[in-house]
Design a protein around this ligand. Sequence first.
Ligand code: ARG
Length: 467
Amino acid sequence: MKKTWGGRFKKPTDPRVEAFTESISFDYRLGFFDIQGSEAHVRTLMDAKLLSSNEGKKLLLGLSKVRRLFEKGKLPLDKGLEDIHTAVEKALTNLVGSLGGKLHTGRSRNDQVATDLRLYLRHATRKMTEAGLHLIEVLSKLALRKKDIIMPGYTHLQRAMPVTLGHHLAAYAFMFTRDMDRFLAAWDRADSLPLGSGALAGTNHPFNRLKTAKYLRLKGVLENSLDAVSDRDVFVDFLAASSITQMHLSRLSEDLILWATSEFNFLTIDDAFATGSSLMPQKKNPDVVELIRGKSGRVFANLIGLLTVLKGLPLSYNRDLQEDKHFIFDSADTVTSSLQIMAAFLDHVKFNEDHMGSVAEIDFALLATDMADILVQQGVPFRTAHEIVGEAVQYCAENEKRLRDLSDLELQKFSDKFPAGTGKLLSTRNSVDQKKAIGGTSPDNVVKQLKILKGLVQKIKKRLPKN
Ligand code: ARG
């Protein structure tokens, strides 16, 4: 196939080189955005009087036909075409004849691909954030329903203090709001136009780039052409935000996997969201959440991958940059689908609330800190109270008793500061209800948190970019 740059070459490209250097097998995904960018470029050429209005109209009509071909999957994507940019231009030229040759005036594939990728990023950011918002809504709804459910809270995966299940779920909802904020902030920084930068130095033509940016609904223009064609930092931002989101999803998955074990038995996975074993008939496995956890590997790798591609590149454009797409597409696809399936999984999970509650109840020392706080209220310094209750815990461990079941008489052995009826004051319900200060686990507090979450969700919704 004749190359767009064939003029200075005496020989055709070796087919092995063609196969090795092509990107059309993966950058065809930019087709829609390439056409969008080309339409804006036609308008810029018309404004600059490099196309008559008649020519411009013909090209725009041609591009709309190319778009239809692309949407129907009928755009020829021959490997000899190298990349999607050439494929779009070739298809246009086939439709409008030699006039198609005017489209690339003052444009290089270098500023073109940088523009296409940003338009793609706007689309991916919106999809990602919508999926994230849905997950936050699912978590928030669940948290509200489970605000009174008591379970043991853990540190070091050892039982620590009672918490409410609503509090635990809302914790993740807050994490995901920060993640969505990161995607939007990344887009905010990316919301600028590379087109008009040419191959590297800018253009000889009187392009009004601010107007081009408006045609594409981008906030501004990149002010330096070398920067515009060579950096991919805004995609590193996107991949970093993707990695942090997948890390959060992975931690949530880990909680769910643990909770689904017979050892914890805190939840039952819906049959439609579990998988079986080809050998062991009894098995019901949490593959969905295991895969979310496992996919962190590729999402983190994509971040490191792009950083590695970028780190040694001299200015400005280098073909190495073609490798950016795998990372960007893969993380966008993986994180979006992980957010979506996590929301569906949680929507169907059944929490074994009675069991969670009874584990918190039977634990012999889950209320140890509450007991120390009772002494603190009697004026005992916390360090002393800690020591006293520590001894009581030791006694309970040896005598197979729960702290709260100790009689006043028994407690006097450890301190005369224990008020009468200390054991009765200790309950998991009291424990969670007392956590009233901002951020605490009390049900009232969970309700307050959910109100705040609602506000955060509204703010994120307002910032969603329009495609
Ligand atoms: N497929 C190329 C990429 O993705 C398009 C830009 C090619 N530019 C060039 N000077 N060869 O980066």
